[in-house]
Ligand binder design. Structure first.
Ligand SMILES: [Mn+2]
Length: 466
């Protein structure tokens, strides 16, 4: 499968897709999947933009809304993780992953999916020690503080990822695994980014939980973004396995933001790729539901020495229970519906407020199917907010979405060949060939859902009630 890997998207979806379509035409290859490593900026409208942690002058609606409204369609199946510049209110609706637009899938706080037999795991957010052990307590409208902490990585997701067994082909994180620069050309990196020197020398650059996960999961590939430069490395693990690391730049002209990598089997040109749940992962989500916290206090994961279960690598029996619950069908349903009015460029409008949180029908269905908790729903219960479930809105009634189409196409023609400048920085080879010098290989157990559900509700009920 040909996978296009993108660093930080920063809302430039239209440019990224144009570049891909251009590559396909020029080089006669078909890209099967696009992976974005965060800072995706899936802002549907101006309200969403106010939930993004950037100074107001940098708030730019960019082009995601066109894919949300249906004005444009993603030409290739796209999956992404969250970074530190996101429509956090929207991503929170999809804690366990979901479609943010047709053909564009968010992996959730953490997630594992398979595409054409390739197993892909992702961890959203960036690491900040003070928030690592807290629950997912943030909810829109965010404060100055929660608008940032909302995208900080939590121990729950890292714990869940560490329950995975079997081989992982690709892992994604927004910030780099700590120490990864010692496995590649660090001197060249420092020449390009001199202000990294001190942190590289002290081995403090990057995310220690990702380093831990990289060594634990030993995936074939690890892709990251965030530091806005291209860098590759190979981590040789004990034994045969190694991980090829690649970080890419953000989407800007003349920057190396995109690379095509060949992973797994070739996909026939007429195959429409489908995204599937990873059964082991979904089972882990269910088995660890009771570990979810939405409180702003420390929430420690179980370990040896305590009385409770602390390994949740599922048994075959546990997996088959989940398989039944999913109707013996792992395919992720294509059940996206727009639930808020998309940005309308023809209306000269401004918004200075954040929206209130809304539940997403995709998450509601997923949680109901498995009998697990939606963290956002728990928060609404605590805050005594109405359980506001987003419903499909009819975009036919929205003015000007359709009329925009024609204008847009003209614009592309007028501006001539927008890809010209892209040519130099899109590298196009398998990273194995170009970047790497070292050659490498490549029962009766009923899930305790009901009980935990009840337990969660009590845990999370407001203090005055308990
Ligand atoms: Mn970033």
């Amino acid at each position: 499968m040909k996978i296009a890997v993108e660093g930080c998207a920063h809302g430039e979806l239209e440019k990224i897709y144009d570049t891909l379509v251009h590559i396909e035409k020029e080089q006669g290859v078909k890209v099967d999947l696009l992976i974005c490593c965060g800072d995706f900026q899936s802002t549907r409208n101006l309200d969403d933009l106010n939930c993004m942690a950037v100074p107001p002058k940098y708030r730019d609606i960019c082009t995601f809304y066109k894919y949300y409204s249906g004005e444009k369609k993603a030409p290739v199946l796209t999956i992404f993780i969250g970074g530190n510049h996101e429509a956090s209110n929207y991503l929170q609706e999809l804690a366990y992953g979901g479609w943010v637009a047709p053909n564009i899938y968010y992996l959730g706080y953490a997630g594992v999916v398979t595409v054409a037999g390739v197993r892909i795991a992702g961890l959203s957010g960036i690491f900040k020690a003070p928030d690592y052990h807290r629950g997912h307590h943030e909810i829109a409208p965010f404060t100055e503080s929660t608008v940032r902490s909302v995208y900080h990585i939590r121990n729950l997701e890292v714990f869940r990822l560490k329950q995975l067994s079997g081989h992982i082909d690709i892992c994604l994180s927004h910030d780099w695994p700590q120490g990864i620069y010692h496995h590649g050309n660090a001197e060249q990196l420092i020449r390009f980014k001199p202000f990294f020197r001190e942190e590289i020398e002290r081995n403090t650059l990057g995310n220690s939980t990702c380093e831990e996960l990289l060594n634990f999961l030993q995936p074939s590939y690890w892709f990251s973004a965030h530091l806005h430069c291209k860098f590759s490395a190979v981590v040789q693990h004990d034994g045969e396995k190694c991980t090829k690391f690649l970080a890419l730049d953000k989407c800007l002209p003349k920057r190396r933001f995109l690379q095509i990598v060949t992973v797994g089997e070739e996909v026939r040109a007429d195959t429409e790729l489908k995204l599937s749940h990873d059964l082991e992962w979904v089972t882990i989500l269910m088995l660890t539901n009771h570990l979810l916290s939405v409180k702003p206090v420390a929430n420690y994961m179980p370990g040896p020495g305590g009385a409770e279960r602390y390994t949740f690598t599922p048994t075959e029996e546990e997996k088959s229970v989940v398989f039944e619950k999913l109707g013996k069908n792992l395919e992720i349903p294509e059940n996206f519906v727009p639930t808020v009015p998309p940005y309308n460029p023809n209306i000269d409008d401004q918004s200075f407020s954040q929206p209130s949180a809304q539940l997403n029908p995709q998450t509601t269905l997923f949680c109901d199917t498995l009998g697990i908790d939606d963290p956002l729903r728990l928060l609404m219960i605590i805050r005594k907010q109405p359980l506001n479930i987003g419903t499909a809105i009819n975009l036919q009634n929205e003015e000007s979405i359709c009329t925009e189409d024609a204008e847009d196409e003209e614009e592309v023609t007028e501006s001539g060949d927008p890809e010209d400048e892209n040519e130099t920085f899109v590298s196009f080879t398998n990273i194995t060939d170009t970047l790497l010098e070292t050659s490498t290989e490549n029962l009766s157990v009923t899930p305790p859902v009901k009980r935990f559900r009840g337990r969660n509700q009590t845990l999370y009920s407001p203090p005055e009630e308990s």
